[in-house]
Design a binder for this molecule. Sequence first.
Ligand SMILES: *Cc1c(COP(=O)(O)O)cnc(C)c1O
Length: 532
Amino acid sequence: MTMNSQGRPSAPAGGETAAPQTFTGNRALMIEEPLLFEIGQTDNCGVDLPEAPQVKDRLGGLKRKATAGLPALSEPEAMRHYVRLSQKNYAIDSGLYPLGSCTMKHNPRLNEKMARLPGFADVHPLQPASTVQGAIELIDRLADWLKELTGMAAVAMSPKAGAHGELCGMMAIKAALEARGEGGKRTVVLVPESAHGTNPATAALLRYSVKAIPARRDGTVDPASVKELLDETVAGIMLTNPNTCGLFERDIIAIADAVHEAGAYFYCDGANFNAIVGKARPGDLGIDAMHINLHKTFSTPHGGGGPGAGPVVLSEALAPFAPLPIIAMDKSSRPGESLLAFAETAGELAGSAARPFGRLTAFHGQMGMFVRALAYMLSHGSDGMRQASEDAVLNANYVRARLADVMSLPFGNRPCMHEVLFDDTFLKDTGVTTLDFAKAMIDEGYHPMTMYFPLVVHGAMLIEPTESESKASLDLFIATMRDLVMDARAGNTQRFSGAPYHAPRRRLDETRAARAPRLVYTPPEPVGEAAE
Ligand SMILES: *Cc1c(COP(=O)(O)O)cnc(C)c1O
């Protein structure tokens, strides 16, 4: 295959099919897209600028001697480049996106309509509070809903994603321990083996040492193993529920009790809240802090590094340590005016029990995500949200039940929560790996499920269909998966080992891409010089 100067194939995929090569390299309306650097000309300009006036150079010899080498394009060229790239994107708006743990569910268009209302879309964080009362009230209302749904005392709204929420919750725990004078001696955080990587990373960032809790044979955490690890050096536990194997941690209350008895705090990773909204309240389970991924549970769009929002609900014990800003009545408002405002300093909260650990981010959080999440909540109502959770669990169990005879379930054929976890036992002796299987799904028009996570399961395949999918959509997905399994078993390894055949790019060296990313464009050697 011919490669360009960046080591990427310069011809589109599809050589193996009988279709003739095209002159342009395009395949019908799938247009081959080079890098901006490969299309742009450094001496081009997208706008007509007047000739620069001759002025005395005041840069003290720092004037650039060569061009910056940035590609310049006209507006239509730049626009087409990005539109073509966007058309190569797979999205929840294009089809089923069964990426486990990520809850890629439909974002109702009503959310988008609300988020685009000028009063929300054009709001500026430095506007005087008196001009953005509606926006502040919306944040306050959303905060109330989050407290109601979780049964918790307080919520910090500003964290910008789940991982950021973990940091926020663990900083509140750290602050609470320091306030008790135990900050120095409690240096360990317990994290189950099956946890998302952000959990140990968060603990490590706060300079805690991480101790792994082994999983029980059924994929859940045994309170006895937690008790064994608990002592006066433990600051807290970080537990996900439902856990990343798609199973409800049924001993969560016993675990919470043991953690509290040992003087530690209980952080819950709430990324899987979608399975239990309206069914169970984290506040009733003994949790002290939990982030909520609004972009998962409450449907706001995510993926590809898009905006998220990770509010953190806090128990009575941790509530005083919530970070600034905190929404409060504006003390300067005139009688009868009762304005809302953000308390930006601990001083403004004087007289209250608040001892904020500081602030986590500039401003107040992701306004657009707040609007979408509240629109989702209000349009569904409490009964609708409960039904969404029930349907998410039902859909996952439907997939489990219909695939259990051909794929392998590491913890037995028992009901799961909102996602179903398979391992690669069913691929034994086929020569097909989890990765090959996932790549063959791409050829079939499906975004692969989450693979090789959680790590406690060999060759993990974590499928989360979400409640957004219809039965017809699930049936087609299940039929596709069964067809792939049959082909793998029948020894048709070619379908897998070379996959994806039909994607704009074939199999990439993902390890090298992650370990040695090429982030700087190097222009190709001029042909003449290369020959010498
Ligand atoms: C998604 C997820 C996170 C991290 O959330 P982000 O919003 O991506 O930062 C943490 N834990 C689990 C279990 C998750 O699924």
